[in-house]
Structure formats: structure tokens, C-alpha cells
Write a protein that binds this ligand. Sequence first.
Ligand SMILES: Nc1ncnc2c1ncn2[C@@H]1O[C@H](COP(=O)(O)OP(=O)(O)O)[C@@H](O)[C@H]1O
Length: 293
Amino acid sequence: MAALTRLSKPSFTSLSSVSRISRCLYSGIAPEPSSHGASPYSPRLGPKPNLSVKDPKDRNVQWVFLGSPGVGKGTYASRLSNLLGVPHIATGDLVREELAASGPLSKELSEIVNQGKLVSDEIIISLLSKRLEAGGAKGELGFILDGFPRTIRQAEILEGVTEIDLVLNLKLREDVLVEKCLGRRMCSQCGGNFNVASINVKDSNGSPPISMAPLLPPPHCMSKLVTRADDTEEVVKHRIHVYNEKSRPVEEFYRSRGKLLEFDLPGGIPESWPKLLEVLNLDEYKEKQSAAA
Ligand SMILES: Nc1ncnc2c1ncn2[C@@H]1O[C@H](COP(=O)(O)OP(=O)(O)O)[C@@H](O)[C@H]1O
């Protein structure tokens, strides 16, 4: 548990405090890049939020997942959220929920998302704030954020209001990312996520060969599978380009703060999940949990 203990250190701030990011954003004041190790709060953000510091025993993880579209952030963030008992909050899901609700933002959002562009920081922060506030009201502690922050500005705002313990950067070769996105399917009834792509690529340009078996749905989901509107080849390639341009710098933001843990996926879930638990020092945690069950 060494890594987990190391990562679970001080200054926990409550989930609801994160929702103050909207106030910071709407105040129109860009947070100063904070000096590493110093208090992440910048006086330029206005009055310091009244952050409630939790007793370490009440503390739960505050992790961020980074990685290109199709890398598997959702899959592994969701598994870890079940294992650790923290909410998995994917901003892409919040955007899709907003789209499905056909509210006032839907038309604007669908145009942006279907072109593979990023939603504005204002909209994404507002959706995330609402989600965090609702979770805070239910007593949620900790989080695994997936798909946020995606820009340096989002990272600075998050850093201005709460402490992130660990940023997990999932990595996979680009040709595989495209294939994986094109193979993604969701069951329109149960919401389960699957992948029909069977990946088997040789080594090329220094990248090792990689195989990933499809993650097929059970027979009763087969006829209800849908594909995301933004998972077409053209849009996926554009999303990867946008990731490289806007989100890649976020990796360096956290690397320079000593929070980035790089993880090269060695294959599909059966190969990658145990290795991921091992690098997170969670293999023991998983064994204890299954023994108690
Ligand atoms: N943090 C964010 N900032 C801006 N736009 C976002 C953010 N998170 C999600 N989105 C929007 O939602 C879309 C889907 O996000 P997501 O499900 O995370 O997809 P991906 O497979 O590209 O990682 C993105 O292409 C973008 O338009």
C-alpha cells in the first residue's frame, strides 16, 4: 500500500468545495499558476473559499485520469471507482446527459461534440459543478475525474480549489486508439459499454505489438447496441488531434508537480487491469476486498 499511503496525504478538501470552480471561472480571473508544493490557492481568485479539511480517516482519493480518446479511461476509472468506493465522474458523460435531456444547451453542445471539438470551459465547469454539488449533498467523498481537466485553464482552476493526489496518464499507440474508438458500442437499454474491435497490431516505429480481444456484449444486449455519434473515423482523428494540442500540455502540468503516473497499456483488460492494480499498489486491497465479500 506504499503508493496509496503516499498518495493519500494531507489537505483534503471537500467535494462541494470543488464546485466553487464555477465562481472562480465566472469571476473572469485566471488563476495564477501556483508554485509547486505551495498552497494551490491563488489570492487573485478572490476571497479564499471556506474549504473544510477532513480528518484523514474520512479521506478518500481525489484522482484524475488523462489519456487520448479511446485509451480506456472510462473502463479503468469505473473499475477503480468500484474498488475504492468513490464516484467516477466523466465529463463526457455529463455532456451526453445534457444532450439527451434536450435542454437549452443541447443544440450548441451537439454541434461542438459531433465535430470533435472541446466544449467551452464555462459550460464544462458548470456541468461539473452541478454534478459535484449533487454528489456533495448525498455525502460523496473523493472522486475519480475522467476527461477533466482537458485544458491548462481547467487544470489551473481545479488546482485553485482542491488537492489532486494522483493523475494517471493512460497511454496507447495512436493507430490502436482509432480502432478502439470505432469498435465502441453501448447498450441503449442497460447502458453497458462494449467494444467489438479485435485488435492485433505488429510492432512498428519502436512501439511494441499489441493484442486486445473484443469486449462483447451479452446476447440480450446485441440488438440494442448503439454507436456514439462522435465515433466516426474523421471525428475520432480530429479528437485525437485536439487532445494532442489542448490536453497533452495538461500531462506536463501534472508531471512538473510530481503527480503524474504514466501507464502504458500492455493489452486488453485481462492484461492491463492486474498490472494497473500493481502499479497503484492496490492488488493487496483487491485481495482483502474479495476475502471480506
Ligand atoms: N473537460 C472537457 N472540456 C471540454 N470538452 C469536454 C470535456 N470533457 C468532455 N468534453 C466534450 O465531450 C466530448 C466527449 O468526451 P469523452 O466522452 O471524454 O470523449 P473521449 O472519448 O474523446 O475521451 C468531447 O469530445 C468534448 O466535446
